[in-house]
Design a protein around this ligand. Structure first.
Ligand code: PMP
Length: 406
């Protein structure tokens, strides 16, 4: 796979330049979190060394600088996903964004007998918040089954849509199998029946171009740390009409217009959902991360990763006894597998000794693992800075692990 730019890209990631356990680091745990380019690290250092100050309430220069940078980051993320800036709420991450919507539906929408549709490949963060509110409101959680190939059963999805369904909340990309779901089709089928859709874009944002207005999606959640940005920051995109309709998530400073002991009025969206001092530095870091991705180009990233994923799947197939979990037609950077009877974590430990970072276990998708009757998988997940040499080392490492584990 020829892409000379990738070497320049790698040079922008200081962490990739080190050895781990005496071997050059091979980082293949990008589904858990991505590494950060120097531009992101620098943007955060500049904030703390030059204009650290609280946002929105200050007349002094530093506070105005901090406010502009924080709001510029919102504009940058909004542009990145094709949204208006006032439709972008800063959250702690995907989990927080989903909980924000769940809380709003609990208070303003959901009634006894209503239904919410999720899928069998959801991360726990797109299961548990809905379980909690369904339990409380006497509503039902309906689950779109996953096929043997690790795709959504779309016929089953169609048959689950009915007048009782208040929301479809589905992941764009499976964090365990890398399956890319047919989100356009899901949205149009749900909309035909007037049902809104939330997309969990945690595993899509660093790999697939996102255009929320084109998709006509109602809500979309993503995490900064899986998009080359810092932890502790993410966003909820919501259509303006939805953000207006949902009640505040938390109460506190910054989310109000006027407070009296009799009645409080709320700030306009998105600030209505941003109570308290936000993660200012992290938001600025996320803005820098988005700028970094734009510099490379998300379409180029997608094309390169597509080739790299195909290369990896083909190379891993050569290992005797390997079994893939998830062989979808459309896939993004995550590859899950098991080798013979070896336990995923044993493989993970042996790979770590060779400087190769993968994730093992259930990847916060226990129902999916139950569906396949497995305790978990070994998951290699790619990002734009990975190269074929990383894959070659992974395959060699897996072979070694299999030999050692008998
Ligand atoms: N959804 C998916 C598909 C994920 O992969 C993850 C993170 N592994 C999350 C949600 C939760 O993201 P966060 O922990 O950043 O809130």
């Amino acid at each position: 796979i020829l892409w000379p730019e990738v070497e320049l890209i790698r040079n922008e990631f200081p962490i990739l330049q080190q050895t781990v356990n005496g071997r050059p680091l091979v980082y293949l745990d990008n589904g858990a979190t991505t590494q950060k380019p120097v531009s992101v690290i620098r943007s955060m250092q500049e904030y703390y060394t030059q204009y650290n100050s609280n946002v929105h309430r200050g007349v002094h220069t530093l506070s105005q600088q901090a406010t502009s940078a924080y709001e510029a980051a919102r504009h940058a993320v909004a542009a990145f996903i094709g949204a208006h800036h006032h439709e972008v709420v800063f959250t702690k991450g995907t989990t927080d964004a989903i909980n924000l919507v769940a809380n709003g539906f609990r208070k303003a929408i959901l009634k006894e007998g209503d239904e919410i549709i999720i899928s069998g490949m959801e991360h726990h963060s797109n299961i548990v918040p809905w379980q909690l509110i369904c339990e409380e409101k006497g509503a039902k959680l309906k689950v779109v089954p996953v096929t043997d190939k690790g795709e959504l059963d779309m016929d089953a999805f169609r048959s689950l849509l009915n007048g009782r369904v208040k929301l479809v909340s589905i992941t764009w990309v499976s964090n365990t199998m890398g399956t890319v779901n047919p989100v356009k089709e899901i949205i149009s089928l749900a909309h035909e029946q007037g049902i809104p859709v939330l997309l969990d874009a945690a595993q899509a944002a660093a790999h697939i171009p996102i255009k929320v207005h084109e998709l006509d999606v109602d809500f979309l959640a993503l995490s900064g740390h899986k998009l080359f940005g810092p932890t502790g920051i993410g966003i909820l995109y919501g259509k303006e009409s939805w953000l207006e309709k949902l009640p505040p998530y938390q109460g506190g400073g910054d989310m109000i217009k006027q407070v009296t002991f009799d009645k409080t009025t709320y700030a306009d969206v998105p600030l209505k959902f941003e109570a308290g001092t936000p993660a200012i530095c992290e938001a600025i870091g996320l803005g820098a991360a988005v700028a970094w991705v734009n510099k490379i180009g998300i379409h180029k990233i997608q094309a390169y990763e597509h080739q790299l994923t195909e290369y990896a799947v083909a190379a891993l197939k050569q290992v005797e006894g390997i079994r893939f979990i998830g062989e979808a037609r459309h896939r993004s950077g995550a590859i899950s597998f098991l080798v013979g009877d070896t336990h995923p974590s044993d493989v993970g430990v042996l790979l770590d000794q060779q400087g190769i970072a993968v994730r093992t276990g259930h990847h916060c998708t226990q129902p999916l693992c139950d569906r396949f009757g497995i305790p978990g998988t070994v998951r290699a997940s790619l990002a734009v800075y990975n190269i074929t040499a990383d894959i070659d080392k992974l395959v060699e490492g897996v072979r070694k692990a299999v030999t050692l584990l008998g």
